[in-house]
Design a protein. Structure first.
Length: 256
């Protein structure tokens, strides 16, 4: 008698608790390389948490000692038909925190850069090895790097391909904190809980103001900031924030 086949383990593990959705890349045997299966699972996971009103903050992390080693071995660029995992993460309107247990290389660094805030294990390294291999980096990493650390440092990473240690990445402003590997989950949870305790509408609109301002002239960015402020004043969350402040109690935000 043949034994029933086990269902394959999911490429992305999703755990929701206390307003936080933990998305864990679960292919450590492949070093979390962004093949069509893992990319597709991450796109689906992003869609699920984006439309989940219970989720206020997203944490993207990985099982094993590598966050992501980039594209599959021998693949210089994703096929046009592959799901766009980096784009899906970057399109989330909720705050996204990356918890890097290890190296983020090539498109793996692009995935980390698509998140809003990064915390890394002290042993993690960040690098773009593509130019040294006769290829080009992708996933929007060159644009995001230049906006985050400046043109000179972005060129240093892109052209020289040096591996940036987590502590140095903190000094550059690329990573918020570098912690001992055993403390990474706790540090990520503390940061995520701090975010989840804030008004979800204020978080979304603040993120929109910052991200959209990158593509706007200063005057238009300031106008957008004001328009979003006016919009926030019309919400129940804003009224609850005022009442909580006056009553000197924690606010009970409902995302409305």
């Amino acid at each position: 008698m043949s034994l029933p086949r086990r269902a394959p383990a999911p490429a992305i593990e999703i755990v929701r608790r206390d307003g936080i959705a933990w998305l864990t890349l679960a292919r450590p045997e492949s070093q979390q390389r962004l093949d069509p299966e893992l990319s597709g699972a991450l796109v689906d996971a992003c869609a699920a948490v984006e439309h989940d009103d219970r989720t206020r903050v997203v944490v993207l992390t990985a099982r094993g000692r590598v966050f992501s080693a980039g594209l599959p071995v021998g693949c210089a660029w994703p096929e046009p038909t592959w799901p766009d995992a980096v784009g899906a993460v970057g399109a989330l309107t909720k705050p996204v925190l990356a918890a890097l247990p290890g190296d983020a290389l090539g498109w793996g660094l692009a995935l980390a850069m698509a998140c809003d805030v990064r915390i890394a294990a002290r042993t993690a390294r960040l690098a773009l090895p593509e130019v040294g291999e006769g290829r080009l980096p992708g996933g929007g990493v060159t644009a995001r790097l230049a906006r985050t650390v400046g043109v000179a440092r972005a060129l240093e990473l892109v052209l020289l391909g040096e591996r940036l240690s987590a502590p140095r990445a903190v000094a550059w402003g690329l990573v918020r904190a570098a912690v001992d590997p055993g403390r990474l989950a706790a540090a990520a949870e503390a940061a995520a809980r701090a975010l989840a305790g804030r008004g979800p509408l204020a978080l979304r609109l603040a993120k929109e103001a910052v991200v959209r301002a990158l593509d706007l002239p200063l005057a238009e960015g300031m106008r957008l900031e004001h328009d979003l402020y006016v919009l926030l004043q019309t919400t129940a969350d804003r009224r609850e924030g005022v009442r909580a402040f006056l009553a000197r109690r924690p606010a009970r935000f409902r995302g409305r």
